[in-house]
Design a binder for this molecule. Structure first.
Ligand SMILES: Cc1cc2nc3c(=O)[nH]c(=O)nc-3n(C[C@H](O)[C@H](O)[C@H](O)COP(=O)(O)O)c2cc1C
Ligand SMILES: Nc1ncnc2c1ncn2[C@@H]1O[C@H](COP(=O)(O)OP(=O)(O)O)[C@@H](O)[C@H]1O
Length: 308
């Protein structure tokens, strides 16, 4: 018996996948699972994997993900899924035959009565089994299969890879449209070089605990956050501070209308818009002028936000 995941007592409607980003395409599938479970008076369930199969099988240690596992869990639960099962993906798991996977995991552990899954889903050792085999197994093990058609999937035209590429290009507009929410990062404020205050722009330097979290392209961004339960805005610079000939990557945010010691505090910054590339300025005064211009631009942006 597999002890990596809990046994679900109530029968469920299940979907399976990595769901990195939990983007609008994923959300549509999860919504179908929730609705179908309500209709059949069953639990709605998701089987997802962490670490990412590509980290384990292809040893892609430098793959970056849209969501940390904590973010993924929170978003999926917010969508109304009753049972979220995170399987600690391993080589051993990947070697299960289709029969073993269905019997040991889906039936004995997850108590599956219905599976809602994309037309191109593959499973079992070397991903040899397809939805046709899944339907065959359904007859034997008494579950039904609802296939999400190619047309339904293509209609959304969104993928985790497209979002990763948009973030690498600093394309926040596309990223946020595909995610159905702003891209965000959460980290703890660290001590920096102590230069920010001297420049008139103190910046909270965030350390992100999850090394696999995707950091957007270097540059300057408008962000939103919350502090003491209140919405605040800021401008974030992601980069190496080339004006000061630094090389280490920093994620630092100047918050508007705030003057407090923030060291050790946790912030989640939501990316709203990219302003410009990070530049190497000839003088510190040129950098300060650029930050003043960023500030004016951001203030106009925020004013227009509250109008809509
Ligand atoms: C809105 C904003 C824009 C920035 N743009 C640049 C830039 O284009 N080039 C650069 O070298 N540093 C840029 N910086 C980073 C400053 O150089 C940085 O805040 C300063 O080095 C302070 O670092 P410290 O927090 O470690 O003291 C920017 C910072 C902010 C807040
Ligand atoms: N409006 C603000 N935005 C960001 N940080 C602020 C603000 N006001 C005060 N701070 C504090 O100042 C620190 C940043 O000052 P800075 O001179 O840039 O130092 P450091 O190099 O240590 O980041 C932040 O970590 C925070 O504790």
């Amino acid at each position: 018996m597999d002890n990596n995941i809990p046994s679900l007592t109530k029968p469920c409607v299940l979907t399976v996948g990595t769901f990195d980003g939990v983007h609008i395409g994923h959300q549509k599938i999860l919504q179908r699972v929730v609705n179908e479970a309500k209709k059949l008076n069953l639990d709605s369930a998701v089987l997802t994997f962490f670490p990412h199969p590509r980290m384990v099988l292809q040893k892609e240690m430098n793959i970056r993900l849209i969501n940390t596992i904590g973010e993924r869990e929170k978003i999926i639960k917010t969508l109304g899924i009753n049972q979220l099962v995170v399987y600690p993906f391993s080589k051993e798991f990947s070697r299960l035959t289709a029969q073993e996977y269905i019997e040991e995991i889906l039936i004995k552990k997850l108590n599956v009565k219905k599976i809602i899954i994309g037309y191109d889903h593959r499973f079992g050792r070397n991903r040899t089994a397809s939805i046709t085999e899944l339907k065959e197994f359904g007859k034997k093990y008494h579950f039904t299969v609802e296939e999400i058609s190619k047309q339904d999937i293509d209609e959304v035209a969104v993928s985790s890879t497209k979002i990763r590429n948009a973030l690498k290009e600093g394309n926040i507009e596309t990223t946020n449209k595909y995610l159905g929410r702003p891209y965000s990062l959460s980290g703890v404020v660290q001590q920096g070089k102590g230069l920010g205050k001297k420049l008139g722009f103190p910046t909270a330097n965030l350390a992100i605990p999850e090394s696999y979290k995707l950091i957007p392209k270097h540059g300057v961004y408008i962000v939103e956050s919350t502090y003491n339960g209140k919405k605040i805005f800021g401008m974030t610079n992601i980069g190496t501070n080339p004006t000061f000939n630094e090389t280490k990557e920093n994620i630092e945010t100047y918050f508007f209308n705030l003057d407090e010691d923030l060291y050790g505090k946790t912030f989640r910054i939501k990316f709203l818009k990219r302003i410009r590339d990070e530049k190497k300025f000839a003088t510190v005064d040129d950098l300060i002028n650029a930050m003043e211009a960023d500030k004016l631009y951001t203030q106009t942006f925020i004013k227009n936000l509250s109008k809509v």
